[in-house]
Design a protein around this ligand. Structure first.
Ligand code: GAR
Length: 199
């Protein structure tokens, strides 16, 4: 068993995809055992509670100093014996302590085909707005390992999704989630957990 902590900020549909995959026995040795949100009001927290998963909130309001935030988050992850971290719509930046302690064990799902539409400022709906503005005909999602550079870590899985005439950022976001993110993330978690279990 590889205990995974999922970091969230918003609606938590990717967290839900992980919980559903776990219910179907599709996460391999991974078990979603802890959810941390950097927003108190994140609906993702409710999803976790409904599935009986332990939750915590660590926001910038609670801990405004980035170094302290980093140290506190690491402490929380260690107390809960997390062995793998999943960023599932987590809109914060991880600090050096967490990055070092969990090097090679942190996954992120990004709603575009990296290296396009990624890096600082590209998150959530903004990504899809930029894709539509550029007139792309194809977009997608990427599951990748997290390193210090934003969205620069090794790519594990990618899936392309068509952009269709009449798309709004919201419609495109939903299609990218349904056709790519919710499929890729559970597969990537399973892959990484299998690697960790071998160590
Ligand atoms: C998802 O589309 C995820 O890929 C994106 O935020 C959304 C969160 O939705 N993440 C990023 O943009 C990170 N750069 P969710 O809370 O419903 O999973």
């Amino acid at each position: 068993m590889v205990k995974a902590a999922v970091l969230v900020s918003g609606g938590g549909t990717n967290l839900q995809a992980l919980l559903d995959a776990q219910g179907r026995g599709e996460l391999g040795p991974a078990r979603i055992g802890y959810v941390v949100s950097n927003r108190k009001a994140a609906y993702a927290l409710e999803r976790a509670r409904q599935s009986g998963v332990e939750t915590d909130v660590l926001s910038k309001v609670m801990q405004p100093d980035p170094e302290q935030y980093d140290a506190q988050l690491l402490n929380m992850l260690r107390i809960h014996r997390a062995e793998l971290i999943v960023l599932a719509g987590f809109l914060g930046i991880l600090g050096p302590k967490v990055l070092e302690a969990y090097s090679g064990r942190i996954l992120n799902i990004h709603p575009a085909l990296i290296p396009s539409f990624c890096g600082k400022g590209f998150y959530g709906l903004r990504v899809h707005e930029a894709v539509l503005k550029r007139g792309c005909k194809v977009t997608g999602a990427t599951a990748h390992l997290v390193t210090a550079g934003v969205d620069e870590g090794p790519i594990l899985l990618q899936k392309a999704v068509d952009v269709l005439p009449g798309d709004t950022p919201e419609i495109l976001q939903r299609r990218v989630m349904e056709q790519a993110e919710w499929l890729l993330l559970p597969r990537a978690v399973k892959m990484l957990a299998e690697e960790i279990e071998k160590c």
